[in-house]
Ligand binder design. Structure first.
Ligand code: GLN
Length: 182
């Protein structure tokens, strides 16, 4: 919750939980003390530079990396969140920022995905692109991978929270249930 597209993720998660008949409690993490017991983590899009600056005073990001490494928490990371995952070596991939140009070059296009049924409306906002990976490729824009899965960590270069298609949020909830043995 340091910066970026946060509320939309919370809404998508609540809606996905409703579809799955689950009760979820959303924790808005701003400080390292707020991490507590979380069963799944969303790293939203936004601006990585701003996130890193905002994190410095509260030490949220380094505490989060430690938490997810020790607790094996499933992660859904989108756009700037995907950049943070790659830069901190939490998935086996490298990424380059702002590959498609600035805000004006943001775009929406149908992409292919192995998660859920049929094509997915990919919203790309000052999006990064994966340069290399040793992960399972789960989404493609043309032949370029735009979604990766490494064990229970998912990195997407687009913004699923800005669409009505909840398949990626459902994936996070399903993974959280699995990790808890439910
Ligand atoms: N351009 C941003 C960055 O480099 C990411 C954009 C996004 O999250 N929509 O951090």
């Amino acid at each position: 919750m340091l910066q970026g597209a946060r509320k939309e993720h919370a809404k998508a998660l609540v809606n996905a939980a409703k579809e799955m008949n689950l009760d979820v409690e959303i924790r808005n993490l701003r400080k390292s003390e707020e991490i507590g017991l979380i069963d799944g983590l969303i790293l939203p899009g936004g601006e990585t530079t701003a996130m890193k600056i905002a994190s410095q005073s509260e030490d949220l990001l380094s505490a989060l990396w430690h938490y997810v490494e020790t607790k094996n928490v499933p992660i859904l990371a989108t756009c700037a969140g995907a950049i943070l995952l790659c830069q901190n070596k939490l998935i086996r991939a490298t990424i380059e920022r702002n590959v498609y140009g600035g805000q004006l070059h943001s775009f929406q296009t149908m992409i292919k995905s192995t998660i859920g049924d049929g094509e997915f409306p990919g919203v790309f906002i000052r999006a990064p692109a994966f340069k290399s990976n040793e992960c399972e490729e789960i989404a493609y824009f043309d032949s370029e991978p735009v979604g990766l899965l490494d064990a229970n960590r998912m990195a997407l270069t687009f913004h699923p929270e800005l669409t009505d298609d909840l398949r990626f949020h459902r994936w996070l909830l399903t993974s959280a249930l699995k990790t808890k043995g439910l």
